[in-house]
Design a binder for this molecule. Structure first.
Ligand SMILES: NC(=O)c1ccc[n+]([C@@H]2O[C@H](COP(=O)([O-])OP(=O)(O)OC[C@H]3O[C@@H](n4cnc5c(N)ncnc54)[C@H](OP(=O)(O)O)[C@@H]3O)[C@@H](O)[C@H]2O)c1
Length: 256
């Protein structure tokens, strides 16, 4: 029985992957912390696509809860993995305790690596599978309000590209997707004002479904990095070629 594991399937981008992969016939395993919301999402997918949907409640900042998920996944045949769990900084690095800031590393780096390590080894042995790691355009935009968010998303890009190169020609595809601003629960969780959700210049808000559609279409052609949306691609290229000194000054001005 073929399974897709999507971490953070409660809402937003993860829920969109779960829906899209269910429509392609995968049985689904989704994880999250909000019990009622995720159970509702699971029932909707079961009813609409007639596939099995299993919910694993796990807070990735809690080691024993992540261990429980890994134990469950170890005995399953996961053919598609989407490492999607993530959250934004509520406090800046130097105005918070290190223990609180470290949760970002536990969730976006340690949990992602542990799940990938277990699942990709099995995929490599069987010679088939797909892995999508959800990073962000923030991987390329370090700023004084997002130290560990931006740095961990940057880690996800580098790690995923290394895995992609490693598993090339093994039958296992690896993609790292870097969405720009996307309408999900992400910014609401961060208590960001509603007016922030407006298009400005090259900043274009995308729907989660569109991000997922582009990511999966690109995955069919092969792995590597995926930047969904034309404006996001332009931003990515501008950031890549902008002299660092100019970027630093811009980023400093924008954070004031
Ligand atoms: N929205 C954007 O503009 C944007 C842009 C670029 C990249 N991204 C990335 O896209 C990914 C998905 O985010 P989203 O925008 O779809 O936001 P979202 O709607 O808030 O979804 C985040 C998911 O992660 C789960 N999650 C958060 N913290 C967790 C923790 N400590 N342990 C376990 N699960 C946890 C949430 O589950 P519960 O709510 O059930 O806890 C939820 O399912 C993230 O990696 C984010 O960094 C988002």
């Amino acid at each position: 029985m073929k399974y897709a594991l999507i971490t953070g399937g409660t809402s937003g981008i993860g829920a969109a992957y779960a829906k899209e992969l269910a429509s392609r016939g995968y049985n689904i395993v989704i994880t999250g912390r909000r019990r009622e919301v995720i159970e509702k999402k699971a029932s909707e997918i079961r009813e609409r696509f007639k596939v099995e949907v299993e919910v694993v409640l796990a807070d990735f900042t809690q080691r024993e809860e992540l261990d429980r998920l890994l134990k469950r996944v170890e005995v399953m045949d996961i053919e598609f993995l989407v490492n999607n769990v993530g959250f934004g900084n509520k406090k800046v690095f130097l105005e918070d305790t290190y223990e609180s800031q470290k949760k970002m590393l536990d969730v976006q780096i340690d949990a992602m690596c542990r799940i990938t390590h277990m699942v990709s080894k099995k995929m490599k042995a069987s010679g088939r599978g797909n892995i999508i790691n959800v990073s962000s355009l923030a991987a390329f935009t370090p700023a004084s309000f997002n130290h560990l968010y931006s740095a961990s998303k940057s880690f996800i890009v580098t790690f995923s590209e290394a895995l992609y190169i490693d598993l090339m020609e093994s039958g296992v595809g690896v993609q790292v997707v870097c969405p720009g601003f996307t309408k999900t629960d992400f910014h609401r969780e961060m208590d960001i004002e509603e007016k922030t959700f407006e298009n400005r210049g090259l900043v274009r808000w995308m729907e989660a479904d569109k991000v997922v559609e582009i990511s999966l279409k690109k995955m069919e052609r092969g792995g590597g990095i995926c930047i969904p949306g034309t404006c996001n691609k332009i931003l990515y290229l501008l950031l890549k070629f902008l002299p660092r000194g100019v970027y630093y000054k811009m980023a400093k001005r924008m954070s004031m």
